[in-house]
Write a protein that binds this ligand. Structure first.
Ligand SMILES: C[S@@+](CC[C@H](N)C(=O)[O-])C[C@H]1O[C@@H](n2cnc3c(N)ncnc32)[C@H](O)[C@@H]1O
Length: 222
């Protein structure tokens, strides 16, 4: 599915979120101390937006991992255009089996990707394995808003309007039905915090953004 939407992914992302997705990634990356020039893993990197932003903020090396060849191909084009191909490496792979050595990265990010993992707990355990001790993990994911009236309006947009617009403009008609379904299936905030703790992260916290439609989770590898 991600291969099918790869060519229009960035355009659809920015349009359907009214451009606010850029702000969400930016806020999430504020939780990482870039003054240490960390080596960073960006899991579910897609077209490499987080990877590119992380380098701009000071990451020394970034490895982006994603199972979609199509998304990676578009990411590589963007990286080449910016002349960053010796700083950002994109590799095909899945969160459940990271092709990286133990304790090989100082920070890890997953933006709008952890909910796609077939085994979320295994992916979190893999992220803990590849992080150095005291390494930071930052996970950005959609969540359900809690404010009563806004919640109904948002769910109507998310479940009805967005799939309808998606079916008109996206090459994959099912993709924008999958999006709300996968978000509504994703664990509630506190349940996800517990999954992160079980995987070996301490000091796990989350912050909600934009009336709770997105949450950013962070923790430290024990
Ligand atoms: C919504 S996109 C997010 C891309 C990017 N992080 C962003 O912020 O735009 C979700 C990505 O998760 C990837 N994905 C799907 N299953 C995965 C898995 N098991 N492990 C890691 N990534 C996965 C998809 O290929 C896709 O590129």
């Amino acid at each position: 599915m991600f291969d099918n939407v790869a060519a229009r992914y960035d355009f659809l992302n920015h349009t359907l979120s009214f451009g606010i997705d850029i702000y969400w990634r930016h806020q999430a990356l504020k939780l990482i101390n870039f003054s240490m020039n960390p080596r960073l893993l960006d899991l579910a990197t897609g077209t490499a937006d987080v990877a590119l932003m992380a380098v701009k903020k000071g990451a020394r090396k970034v490895v982006g991992i994603d199972p979609s060849q199509g998304m990676i191909a578009h990411g590589k084009t963007k990286i080449l255009q910016k002349g960053l191909d010796s700083t950002i490496y994109l590799i095909e792979g899945e969160g459940e089996h990271l092709p990286l050595h133990d304790k090989s990265v100082d920070a890890a990010t997953v933006a709008f990707g952890i909910r796609n993992a077939s085994d979320i707990s295994k992916s979190l355990a893999e992220l803990a394995r590849v992080l150095t001790d005291t390494g930071v993990i930052v996970i950005l994911e959609f969540s359900r808003p809690t404010l009563p009236v806004f919640k109904q309006l948002y769910l109507f947009y998310f479940k009805t309007i967005l799939p309808w617009i998606g079916s008109i403009v996206s090459p994959d008609k099912k993709a924008y039905h999958y999006l709300p379904a996968s978000v509504l299936d994703f664990p509630e905030r506190n349940d996800f915090v517990r999954l992160m703790q079980d995987a070996g992260f301490s000091d796990v916290r989350y912050f909600s953004m934009t009336v709770g439609i997105v949450s950013v989770y962070c923790g430290i590898k024990i």
